[in-house]
Design a protein around this ligand. Structure first.
Ligand code: AMP
Ligand code: ZN
Length: 121
């Protein structure tokens, strides 16, 4: 289930420290160690899956749990007008797409408009 050499598995097992924002049986949300925005969290399944390409049918409940915990988090973060925050969820899958930690995760980014620097989807 967990990989002894994987840094995120070590965080999940609490063998190395991280700022834990929220966790339950299936998912952990931590603060990114090098935040790229005022809010930059990582949403991790508590199972060592390399990335979306490696997810099996039996893992799909983890994806639901990841979405649910994102909703729980946004319920508790408001912008200056009291509205639930806007956010980006980014998932790098594979080295060629910029993945550097090979335990599936979503970057939860808020408080910064990533599209102001010219990048567009
Ligand atoms: P990616 O490049 O999409 O694989 O993202 C990996 C992310 O993990 C990067 O944003 C790193 O800053 C972050 N990261 C690496 N090591 C740690 C750690 N020990 N605690 C928290 N975040 C980490
Ligand atoms: Zn792992």
């Amino acid at each position: 289930m967990l990989d002894s050499k994987c840094i995120f598995c070590k965080i999940i097992k609490k063998e190395i420290p991280a700022k834990i924002i929220k966790e339950n049986e299936h998912v952990m949300v931590i603060e990114d160690i090098h935040p790229k925005a005022p809010v930059h969290y990582l949403v991790l399944p508590k199972k060592h899956v390399i990335n979306i390409n490696y997810l099996q049918e039996s893992d799909f409940n983890l994806v639901t749990e990841m979405v649910k915990i994102v909703q729980e988090i946004t319920k508790n973060i408001q912008d200056s007008t009291g509205k639930q925050v806007d956010f980006n969820l980014i998932s790098n899958n594979g080295e060629g797409a910029g993945q550097s930690v090979f335990h599936m995760h979503w970057h939860f980014i808020s408080g910064k408009n990533l599209y102001l620097d010219g990048f567009k989807l």
